[in-house]
Design a protein around this ligand. Sequence first.
Ligand code: ADP
Ligand code: ZN
Length: 439
Amino acid sequence: MKQPKVHKIYNPIAECMERSERRKLQNERLRETVRLEYENVPLYRARMDAKGVKPEDIQTVDDLRKLPFMEKTDLRDEFPFGLLAADKKDIVRIQGSSGTTGKPIVSGYTQNDVEVWTEMVARAITAAGGGQDDIVQVCYGYGLFTGGLGAHQGADRVGAMVIPMSSGNTQRQIMMMTELGATMLCCTPSYATYLGETINDMGLKDKLKLKSGCFGAEPWTEEMRQKLESLLDIDACDIYGLTEIGGPGVAFECLEKHGMHVNEDHVLAEIIDPVTEEPLPYGTPGELVFTTLTKTGMPMLRYRTHDICTLTDEPCACGRTTIRMSRITGRTDDMLVIRGVNVFPSQIEACLVDLEGVAPFYMLIVDRVNSTDKLEVQVEMTEEMFSDKISEIEELRCRIAERIKSVVGISAKVQLVPPKSLPRSEGKAKRIIDNRNLH
Ligand code: ADP
Ligand code: ZN
């Protein structure tokens, strides 16, 4: 088995290096990653062979477009360890998120990968004004989800004092925040807003020491930023990431708040046309595609995120020389992000298929109430259920709600509606109504 090169870690200078220097590093790391993937990952080797591409055909970043893509479905199909490029004994961490159906997707991290990820988040926290004098309250969930541990590791790396609160229990969050004097906050922007509103309602705003925060894991808008900043009197910076590429910190905003710096010495970003799959120039919106350059556990080549944004190489006033990505303005697939959790309509469908009494028609309605996302799932009953088995409706409703909770990981309000009451469409079924107005 090919052994990966160990990369030097924690190099803040990498963010400000000359672009030509960085390009050399990227070329070198790309060649290394392609070889690792080709030799150790059968699925990807087969895909390169099918395209007639050999590792030696990939010499520089300009050759990237010769490589085949990877998709979330690959992680599901090869679940759990099929895409590992490293020996299983060298994997020190598993992180995961929900996949396109009931099966989760997991990524295996070597010690090197945990270090790289830590460094990326450390940069994000630094860029948001954080350092060793800070007290960082992490209220992303800890666990398989990369938010909690990611922010924790990054804050730890910059030498801050970390309060590992995890998510939920708002009263306790506020008590710790005020008593310990947290200066930075890491959580989803919607939860931060909810915290802010609660703190204002309780009249505790002047007890806060908060100055800034890294907020991400879900789409948000400039208006939400302004609201959050005034609620908590802070600088609110965006942070982007995904489990497959290395968790939060893949890209992050500096205090200029003008797009997210991509950690380009660790990942390559491309924008493609989602239909023709051709690369698009900077400034043109399209689908974001990532290639990891330093991951050794489960490296990803041309991984299609399905997130839509633009890239720019215009210089940033902060001095970092990396390209920046805009906010995510949408998705090319039907994935929703609800309270930071990825939700696909197909997962809901998987919860319904073998249940008696329901028809294959459903609708997801997402709303934001008091800064908290609410998911309502409407499911059509069969004629039989509706007319003859009224006494069983409540039981069926609870069963669906339980299944959704266990498969998707979030609670949903389930409503059973009469047969043929949901709208039918002639083309692609419309299964989502998103009232959150996120774009
Ligand atoms: P995370 O822990 O960052 O949520 P997941 O793998 O669970 O990682 O989900 C990744 C997806 O979450 C991304 O593909 C994107 O759709 C969404 N996401 C993550 N961060 C952001 C962000 N800052 N803005 C918009 N969407 C985001
Ligand atoms: Zn900047």
